[in-house]
Design a protein around this ligand. Structure first.
Ligand SMILES: [Zn+2]
Length: 246
């Protein structure tokens, strides 16, 4: 059976990027000269790790950023595509749930805001987010830092203190600088409201939807009629509620 896989991928990518722009923030990403104050809410040995396909493209419609469908027990379209296109090969990605107290511009001191998709209001970036770390690229510096902290900290725990993370520019390149703050107990409200790890996993999968192989043989027989096309394990609204802000 001949399927124009690339055309299907393009169509899926276009479809998946359209609603994403209106969604609530799941991840914490920093631009140059921004500094975040965060608290990891799970230790590094129990964060969410999943295989992810990533391939940059200046055109957002063609950028690939998707959790491997095998993570949800489905055949993965991108793993198939990676047999031809090596850059699509999935790599292990570590998703560290954190509480973000604030993100500020180190130049002006102004707090970073974002446009709330529902109310259209500008709101400060605060609340539960996910730090996406991998062993590749500049962000690997943050992963290496936390790994060292876990090893060297007497309690072997990255949740014992707050950290600042800054993306700074040294003139020729950007790098992340992570600094620990003095140890103190996690704020009781953060501890009480922290979503379960599984809830984070669900919103991450929803925000980076896998590309499941859609194959006619499967649709015609063998499997149930109700093959889920919505890979989100929870309704969108419910998932958003799992990341409260206060
Ligand atoms: Zn895959």
């Amino acid at each position: 059976m001949t399927v124009d896989t690339l055309a299907e991928i393009d169509a899926e990518l276009k479809r998946s990027t359209t609603p994403r722009t209106t969604r609530k923030q799941v991840f914490l990403y920093l631009s140059v000269d921004q500094k975040a104050l965060i608290r990891p809410i799970y230790n590094l040995n129990s964060v969410v790790s999943m295989m992810k396909h990533f391939k940059w493209n200046d055109n957002a419609d063609y950028k690939v950023d998707a959790i491997c469908a095998r993570e949800i027990g489905e055949p993965c379209e991108l793993c198939l595509a990676a047999q031809e296109e090596k850059k699509l090969t999935a790599s292990k990605t570590f998703f560290v749930p954190v509480y973000v107290y604030s993100v500020v511009s180190v130049k002006t001191g102004a707090r970073l805001t974002y446009k709330d998709p529902n109310t259209k209001e500008q709101k400060p970036v605060v609340g539960f987010r996910v730090l996406e770390l991998s062993a590749f690229g500049k962000i690997s510096g943050v992963l290496t830092y936390f790994r060292s902290f876990l090893r060297d900290n007497p309690e072997h725990d990255i949740t014992v203190c707050d950290f600042t993370i800054e993306l700074s520019n040294s003139g020729t390149s950007n790098s992340y600088v992570v600094q620990p703050q003095p140890a103190k107990p996690m704020h009781p409200q953060i501890r009480a409201k922290a979503p379960a790890l599984e809830a984070f996993r669900k919103v991450i999968i929803e925000a980076r939807p896998p590309q499941i192989v859609q194959n006619d043989d499967m649709a015609l027989g063998g499997l149930d009629d109700d093959i889920p096309t919505d890979v989100s394990p929870v309704p969108a609204q419910e998932a958003e509620d799992d990341i409260p802000e206060f």
